[in-house]
Design a protein. Sequence first.
Length: 202
Amino acid sequence: MGILTDAAKSANHCQRNWSNRLVEEDIVQELIGVATNMPTKQNEEYYGLLVTTDPEFNHTTYMHSYAVLDDVMKLPFERRHLTNYNTQLRAPLQFHYLVETGKKFQHGYLEQAGFFSIGISAGAVALAAASLGLKTGFCVCLDHKPIVEIVNQEFNTTYNGIVLSIGIGYPEEDLAWNVGRRPNGDTFVKPSYTKNIKIFRK
């Protein structure tokens, strides 16, 4: 396979453990450039990008994430993060896609063109990160309200949601990608499945 296909295969796996190695600043800037220069409909700014390497803030996002388990999903949304967490957000580098739901755009709607734009950007970030030797883990299970409140207060913005988050970093070399590690050192295995995308070529 080619270099890009190999990177795509790496990005396909949701990384759930991370080494203590920090992501170099030049790579952070490169990934920001990728994230913010991908296409959006008519070049509209459907989202903001929160980039964080702050260990304390990253731990806050982790503590407000939640695992999609039957018993967790029965809880009210604002209480889901009190039980199980998503270790994607233990990554040393995190990208969070910020939105203003209800905002009017000149071209298209946030829930259509905006979400597509976020997906294009995030996919490009994952592919670029993998090509640079990093691992990534996507996360949508986040009680985003307290995170957004911190962002709005610090940066004087008016966002009200986080649509998608990506954990980015270097893996623990002795663990498989689907083995998560919690802050207390405990590990768990997250099941994974095989997909087979149908291809129709003329």
